[in-house]
Design a binder for this molecule. Structure first.
Ligand SMILES: Cc1cc2nc3c(=O)[nH]c(=O)nc-3n(C[C@H](O)[C@H](O)[C@H](O)COP(=O)(O)O)c2cc1C
Length: 196
């Protein structure tokens, strides 16, 4: 039996929620593209289906943060090879370094994850030799709370409000493609099938 557009919407929500909560999900990592034509793999940390907001974590000193400050338009790509589903998203990004969302995300992170934000020089700085960028003492350790505390200054959340989902399902008997445009302020989404 063929899917309905409501099924497609549900599939998008389920896959992104699984992506955010399960390391084993193919959509746990997404490709995030910024308006400067650069793109990078990032770990999906949260998907809120009510607000259609994605959360990622990053170092506030990275080039993507500067790119988003200049132009907040972004695209996100998620692909599940086994499920044969691609989800392309367009949205508007913002970086929050302070505030309740960033504080909660930091509080939830393990010290091992927090350690990444201890890099002494900004990510993307050119250096004469290969390096993790971490201070020597932090190499190969799971640091204590007080040791990772200074890393909070470099931590930020990247929040993306999704304005459009493009869903593609590959099937031998015929591919299927749909576009879902969430409504503003809780209005019904605009849903349409597309020729794949
Ligand atoms: C599997 C994987 C997961 C990654 N997850 C993140 C992430 O969650 N946040 C992040 O800022 N960078 C992550 N990166 C590194 C980025 O892809 C990128 O190299 C880095 O953030 C610098 O990006 P920029 O120079 O465009 O700012 C990840 C890379 C890989 C390969």
């Amino acid at each position: 039996m063929d899917m309905t557009l409501a099924d497609v919407e549900k599939d998008i929500k389920t896959r992104l929620q699984q992506g955010a909560t399960s390391r084993k999900s193919a959509m746990h990592t997404c490709v995030v593209a910024t308006a400067d034509c650069d793109l990078r793999v990032m770990v999906l940390r949260e998907y809120c289906s009510e607000t259609n907001r994605l959360r990622f974590h990053t170092d506030s000193r990275t080039p993507k943060v500067t790119a988003i400050a200049g132009n907040p338009s972004v695209a996100v790509l998620a692909y599940d090879q086994q499920g044969k589903v691609q989800i392309r998203m367009r949205g508007t990004a913002r970086i929050e370094q302070d505030g309740p969302v960033a504080d909660a995300a930091w509080a939830e992170a393990t010290n091992f994850a927090k350690r990444c934000y201890l890099a002494q020089q900004a990510p993307s700085s050119a250096v004469p030799e290969p390096t993790s960028g971490l201070p020597q003492w932090a190499e190969g350790t799971n640091p204590a709370d007080d040791e990772v505390a200074p890393a909070r200054d470099n931590f930020a959340v990247l929040l993306i409000e999704i304005a459009q989902f493009d869903w593609l399902y590959l099937a031998n008997e015929g591919h299927r493609r749909a576009r879902i445009t969430p409504g503003e302020d809780g209005a019904e989404p605009d849903r349409t099938w597309l020729v794949p």
